[in-house]
Design a protein around this ligand. Structure first.
Ligand SMILES: NC(=O)c1ccc[n+]([C@@H]2O[C@H](COP(=O)([O-])OP(=O)(O)OC[C@H]3O[C@@H](n4cnc5c(N)ncnc54)[C@H](O)[C@@H]3O)[C@@H](O)[C@H]2O)c1
Length: 269
């Protein structure tokens, strides 16, 4: 409790899934939280749940792909709570039915995915930076994905966009570190959210689980805890990094599974 006392945080896409878990945990740690979401009613409801539990939160409408909308969200947060210390650019995703391999990729989906993940992160950081600098420094947290760390057979647009988010994180960290603005990314593996349930069949989720080093799929709170750490002064010397929270999915080489089969005595493992 109190690790984010007196801090003001904005989170885009905070009405559901990982974003809501992060908003709730940040409020529990003492932050005043502004939840911005395309689903305005859901954002207001989410903030209401936090307020009922004794936290400080408001929900506002935002379309994170539009710069004017995100500027209004961030300015509104500063007007309401007096400053800004933490900016979470959390909106992202792609439609896995249209985001396939390179030759079968729907190009309109590619453009939308770049807007939803890359542009939203860039305009979110641009809107927040003057306020973070005015506050004497702060923390920008961008949501990437393990999809942005290596190649895959599907979701080329999503992976490319999240890789850009990771590189942008380093650029922001480099360009604004002198003003005490830190910028880091979290790269979640599979996390049990409405988006995951809606987009992936059960056998695909089970396939991911079977390739994690840890034998389970993470919850939104697993990412929220990492985001609270990155928002807090506990991470004051940490910038330009990617914190991968994926149950160890990306911790092993692609041939590890085959090598397990070669173990002299599988019963020992
Ligand atoms: N769930 C996972 O397994 C997983 C894994 C890796 C990365 N991520 C990333 O986490 C983030 C959120 O994922 P989630 O699973 O919590 O999703 P979710 O669908 O549960 O929540 C996304 C929220 O964003 C809002 N939103 C969508 N478009 C918006 C826009 N243009 N402007 C403002 N709000 C908008 C939605 O209304 C929703 O409330 C994304 O960046 C996603 O790529 C998720």
């Amino acid at each position: 409790m109190g690790r984010l006392q007196d801090k003001v945080a904005v989170i885009t896409g905070g009405a559901s899934g990982i974003g809501f878990a992060a908003a709730r945990l940040m409020a529990t740690e003492g932050a005043s939280v502004v939840i911005g979401d395309l689903a305005e009613e859901a954002a207001v409801d989410a903030a209401g749940k936090i307020t009922e539990a004794g936290g400080q939160a408001v929900g506002m409408a935002v379309n994170a792909m539009e710069e004017a909308s995100i500027v209004a969200l961030v300015d509104g947060a500063v007007e309401r709570f007096g400053a800004l210390h933490v900016m979470c650019n959390h909106v992202g995703g792609s439609n896995p039915r249209k985001d396939l391999d390179l030759l079968r990729l729907d190009m309109a989906e590619f453009d939308r995915t770049m807007q939803l993940n890359v542009r939203s992160t860039l305009v979110g950081a641009r809107a927040a930076l003057p306020h973070l600098i005015a506050a004497g420094g702060g923390s920008i947290i961008n949501t990437a994905s393990v999809g942005g760390l290596s190649g895959d057979f599907l979701q080329v647009a999503y992976g490319t966009a999240k890789a850009a988010v990771i590189r942008m994180t380093q650029y922001i960290a480099t360009q604004y570190g002198a003003q005490y603005v830190r910028c880091n990314a979290v790269a979640p593996g599979a996390i049990m959210t409405p988006a995951l349930r809606d987009n992936l069949p059960a056998e695909a989720i089970e396939s991911i689980r079977s390739h994690n080093a840890l034998p389970f799929i993470g919850d939104p709170e697993d990412i929220a805890h990492a985001m609270v750490f990155l928002a807090s002064d506990e991470s004051r010397y940490l910038t330009g990094q990617v914190l991968t929270v994926d149950g160890g999915m990306s911790s092993h080489s692609s041939i590890a599974e085959d090598r397990r089969a070669l173990l002299p005595d599988p019963a020992k493992n």
